[in-house]
Write a protein that binds this ligand. Structure first.
Ligand SMILES: Cc1ncc(COP(=O)(O)O)c(C=O)c1O
Length: 396
């Protein structure tokens, strides 16, 4: 049976089934392990009392529509309220141009489905979000890497790519990027937007972390500069609860129509019940009240990790110091092999993600690693960083 199944597998599934990262995830789920590897929000940040009372409210006020099949693009009340609250970010979008998806991950899948044939070019930052690499890989594109510096994608490098190749879309996470935590300045955003404007291509701007800012000033999304050429994605996963699987996108009429077709054949629509919870979360002002509590927890954890790195880590290592988000990116000297050290760390019950998995081309990022600070207590952060630095010092 196994041989038979192997013989009928699609090329797409073959591209992603052997993801090396799955072995790593399997290991870090062991209870004795202190994990800096995941990318999960802390359960303490889930507003469970609010969700409980809003669920009651949804049943009382909206039961008829909340429990029925619904529209593929999403609940209109939610789309309208998202359109209002995006104005604060500078995004001017009519509610008709907002679509609801089951997590922004689903939008990444659909966007590839509607635009990409095998061997089409997609440009991504090096490094970039693993979940996007996997979603895109299913459709067998040709990945083109955009070189990055301390602010993310470098405009001149992007321009060189766009000049020489037909790129179907560019995927960027300009704010508190996963995996590096890097954020583009306003100047960089303007430069990137002007390059994209010059060429006939599309930007997918993925912004799950924009609200998780612990200091500094908010940066307007690139979408605000080139709305016609951008598909903006965001999510309730980091500001409400990821288990609700609620994401949304902003796109022009044509793209929205294509996304609707993709979604219709996939799951008809996202849970109406969850959409009403999100609607009430914003409408009742609970979101505005709750967000500072999430920020307060993460801000302290991030500071604890940065302080511990400063205190314990070898001096020839460097790391990002993001003003928000969920991750810190570490770069060691050239002779540091983060995958080899990973297995030593596991023997000592500490986990992280070796950085090489965030690159689409081989032999990159071997001396890098991604650390998460959101889903772990401050005591454990200190313990983990201390242990990790001892292991690293012993192994290089
Ligand atoms: C950059 C990025 N995009 C998308 C997602 C997926 O989020 P969602 O829960 O909305 O599917 C994540 C999740 O961690 C992410 O880091």
């Amino acid at each position: 049976m196994i041989n038979f199944i192997n013989s009928i597998k699609s090329k797409g599934i073959k591209k992603i089934e052997k993801s090396a990262i799955s072995e790593i995830i399997r290991v870090i789920n062991r209870p004795e392990i202190i994990s800096l590897a995941g990318g999960l929000p802390a359960p303490e940040t889930f507003p469970k009392e609010i969700i409980s009372s809003l669920s009651q409210k949804v049943i009382e006020k909206h039961w008829n529509t909340a429990l029925q099949y619904g529209s593929t693009e999403g609940v209109i009340l939610l789309r309208k309220i998202i359109s209002d609250f995006l104005k604060e970010k500078g995004i001017k979008a009519k509610w008709e141009n907002i679509g609801i998806v089951s997590g922004s991950q689903q939008a990444l899948d659909f966007l590839t489905r509607i635009f990409i044939n095998p061997k089409d070019n997609i440009a991504v930052e090096a490094p970039t979000y693993i979940g996007a690499i996997d979603a895109f890989s299913f459709y067998q594109p040709n990945f083109v890497e955009i070189q990055t510096d301390e602010e993310g994608a470098i405009p001149e490098k992007l321009e060189k790519i766009l000049k020489n190749k037909k790129i179907k879309f560019i995927y960027l996470v300009p704010t508190f990027q996963n995996p590096t935590g890097k954020t583009m300045s306003e100047k960089r955003r303007i430069e990137i937007a002007s390059v994209i404007k010059k060429y006939n291509t599309i930007l997918i701007e993925d912004d799950p972390y924009g609200y998780l800012r612990y200091k500094g000033k908010h940066q307007k999304p690139i979408q605000t500069l080139i709305p016609e050429q951008t598909i903006y994605l965001s999510t309730f996963s980091k500001i409400l609860a990821p288990g609700l699987r609620l994401g949304f996108y902003v796109a022009n009429d044509e793209i929205l129509k294509l996304m609707k077709s993709a979604k219709q054949t996939s799951d008809l629509h996202t849970s109406n019940f969850d959409q009403f919870i999100a609607y009430e979360y914003i409408k009742t002002g609970s979101f505005k009240k709750h967000l500072p509590k999430i920020i307060n927890i993460y801000k302290k954890r991030q500071k604890t990790m940065l302080d511990a790195l400063e205190k314990y880590f070898p001096k020839n290592f460097s790391w990002t110091k993001p003003e928000g988000g969920m991750f810190i990116w570490i770069e060691g000297p050239k002779n540091f092999n983060s995958l080899k050290t990973y297995w030593k760390a596991i023997e000592n019950n500490v986990a992280y993600v070796p950085g090489q998995y965030f690159f689409v081309k081989p032999n990159q990022g071997k001396n890098t690693m991604r650390l998460n600070f959101t889903n772990i207590t401050e005591e454990k952060i200190i313990l983990a960083i201390k242990k990790l630095s001892e292991i690293i010092k012993k192994n290089i």
